[in-house]
Write a protein that binds this ligand. Structure first.
Ligand code: AMP
Length: 189
């Protein structure tokens, strides 16, 4: 009996399709352009609860589709809740431990959101801050940031978090290992 139930569960997960989530058309179009056919296991488990507005802690190895697992429901939220951009803030904030990962996440949001009218900015340390200040001046839909550079922008009054509706911590364990706990506590507050 248990075996049969497990079999039924596995079959339903394997056969899952992106259509099953009811994602907005422009997002489905982007997935088709990328030739994604089936959601990966982390996507199968996370997209629906995130679309329903639940908080979620997901654990999966690198390269298993985690970025789309949070980016797709976040973009869907933007489609279903249109709002004018406010200056010096964002609606979706994604924190990343490294500049490389931040750049990758930013590219993924642009890619999955290519049929949406969204503005995505990526900010990280080790490069002059002035261009990044300009990038976020008139507001963005999605900001992908490393914690230190985000706090630099906030301390310079070039950015605030009052507009944030969705908050993602990517590679949260790595951020803790890298000693980001104090900046993270400040940002969460
Ligand atoms: P990530 O773990 O988010 O870095 O994704 C790893 C790679 O898998 C990236 O190249 C994605 O474009 C790709 N990917 C993510 N989700 C899917 C999917 N459902 N089908 C095919 N490829 C995917």
């Amino acid at each position: 009996m248990l075996l049969r139930l497990c079999g039924a569960y596995i079959a339903s997960v394997i056969e899952m399709k992106f259509e099953d989530f009811g994602l907005a058309d422009p997002i489905m179009k982007a997935l088709a352009a990328k030739r994604y056919e089936n959601p990966t296991p982390i996507q199968q488990q996370s997209i629906r609860p995130l679309l329903e507005g639940h908080d979620l802690c997901g654990i999966a190895q690198t390269g298993t589709g985690k970025t789309a697992a949070f980016a797709l429901p976040s973009l869907d939220y933007l489609v279903r809740n249109p709002k004018a951009r406010l200056p010096v803030t964002c609606r979706i904030l994604v924190l990343s431990p490294t500049r490389e990962l931040a750049a990758q996440i930013g590219d993924s949001f642009r890619d999955y959101g290519r049929f949406l009218n969204i503005r995505v900015a990526t900010v990280f340390g080790g490069v002059p801050i002035h261009r990044q200040i300009k990038q976020v001046q008139s507001g963005v839909d999605v900001l992908v940031a490393t914690p230190g550079r985000l706090l630099d922008l906030i301390d310079q009054r070039a950015f605030h978090l009052n507009g944030v509706e969705i908050f993602v911590l990517d590679e949260a364990d790595q951020m803790m290992d890298m000693g980001f706990i104090a900046p993270l506590k400040r940002i969460v507050k």
